[in-house]
Design a protein around this ligand. Structure first.
Ligand SMILES: *Cc1c(COP(=O)(O)O)cnc(C)c1O
Length: 380
């Protein structure tokens, strides 16, 4: 038992060929944005049906600059979900606009599309949905809603690289689509992000936004007409990205098999609420997140500790965002978004990453059963 290594909830897979290619970049004398970034942008664009793609140094930067690309700022409202990583709302605040939360849907745990219309005001400028755990938001309904109200859509697809909607890859259609390549994401460069855009004119504006607004003039001069961030990606990261791109479809396939194994091996009598089985929607299984039985919501720290003691990492993604003190200070309170609150109190992220074996899943399932029996026994 003691010689079985700790199983974290996620771990990146980087192959030796990629490590060698990163070494080549390090020896090349060109470390920052260069040929590797260009090659990766071209490769990503090809995946996304020829749509322009530009890399940045994080998914957060990609989202923030997407909002700036839409000229969203003070006085504007952006509709999003409280069930996400806080970056999703932070970027709205970063541009001076107001995040307007809409509760999650209990089945998908994504933004409740039935509640969006009621949240639209004359100030609403964009929808910012999140594909939680890589399960895509219904793109048909989303894009219909946006079109009917003249809204931009910034898809926070940070978690859904490789997922599909209606047989088409997320990113290959729609308005603006943002991905993250943070170390925990299905495809990672350590840190990184990219935005998929509609046309070259947008892509050109995005290039200015990501690097100081600087336009290079013929003859070596430069000009700055407007502010730009410092968010360009390095060729070191892009070399990792080119390596990851070779494997991402295999990674996601493996994640899918492991998720299926969880459904097969899970003890349903424990009373957890499992995520949607996703046989038609084609998510990328970024995370496997059962919800604890309601009676054990308050015991989540004990569950996490119990799993850890048995050698398994468990994450919490995420507490409902509007209950963070920053958002409470803006007027939010418990009860505002009861579905997101319920998910946020009970969600646990179990180990799921491509290098896991089927036996690992079986061990996690057995550990969950053991820990729940212990918790049951400890109840007053
Ligand atoms: C990871 C993530 C982000 C931010 O991406 P970074 O690369 O960490 O900046 C934004 N939204 C969601 C839903 C994420 O999971």
């Amino acid at each position: 038992m003691n010689d079985i290594p700790f199983l974290p909830f996620t771990r990146p897979s980087i192959d030796e060929r990629t490590i060698a290619e990163v070494s080549e970049v390090l020896r090349s004398g060109w470390l920052t944005t260069g040929p590797k970034c260009q090659a990766l942008e071209a490769a990503l664009s090809k995946r996304f049906d020829g749509r322009p793609v530009r890399l940045v140094n994080s998914g957060t930067a990609s989202l923030e600059l997407a909002l700036r690309l839409c000229d969203i700022g003070p006085g504007d409202e952006v509709i999003t979900t409280p069930m996400s990583w806080v970056a999703t709302a932070n970027v709205v605040l970063a541009v001076g606009a107001t995040p307007v939360f809409v509760d999650a849907d209990a089945a998908t745990r994504n933004i409740d599309l039935d509640r969006i219309e009621a949240a639209i005001t004359p100030r609403t400028r964009a929808l910012l949905p999140v594909d939680l755990a890589g399960l895509p938001v219904d793109r048909d309904r989303l894009n219909r809603l946006a079109a009917a109200h003249g809204l931009r859509v910034v898809e926070d697809a940070a978690q859904s690289f490789g997922a599909q909607w209606g047989g088409r890859p997320i990113g290959s259609f729609g308005d603006l689509v943002s991905f993250s390549f943070h170390a925990n994401k299905n495809m990672t460069f350590g840190e990184g992000g990219c935005l998929v855009m509609n046309d070259e004119a947008e892509a050109r504006r995005f290039e200015l936004l990501r690097l100081q607004g600087v336009q290079r003039l013929p003859g070596g001069g430069m000009e700055v007409e407007a502010w730009g961030a410092k968010a360009n990606m390095t060729d070191i990261a892009a070399a990792i990205g080119l390596g990851q791109l070779r494997s991402i479809d295999d990674f996601n396939l493996r994640r899918r098999q492991l998720a299926r194994r969880y459904f097969e091996r899970w003890d349903r009598s424990l009373g957890f609420e499992l995520p949607p089985e996703d046989t038609e929607l084609h998510g990328n299984w970024h995370m496997f997140q059962p919800l604890l039985p309601r009676a054990f919501a308050a015991a989540r720290p004990d569950f996490v500790a119990g799993m850890k003691a048995l050698g398994f990492g468990v994450g919490v993604h995420y507490p409902a965002m509007h209950l963070f003190s920053m958002f409470r200070a803006m007027g939010h309170a418990r009860g505002d978004f009861p579905v997101a609150e319920d998910i946020g109190e009970r969600t646990v992220t179990l180990p799921l990453f491509p290098a896991m074996t089927d036996a690992d899943v079986d061990r996690v399932c057995a550990a969950v059963t053991t820990v729940m029996a212990d918790l049951q026994e400890a109840r007053p």
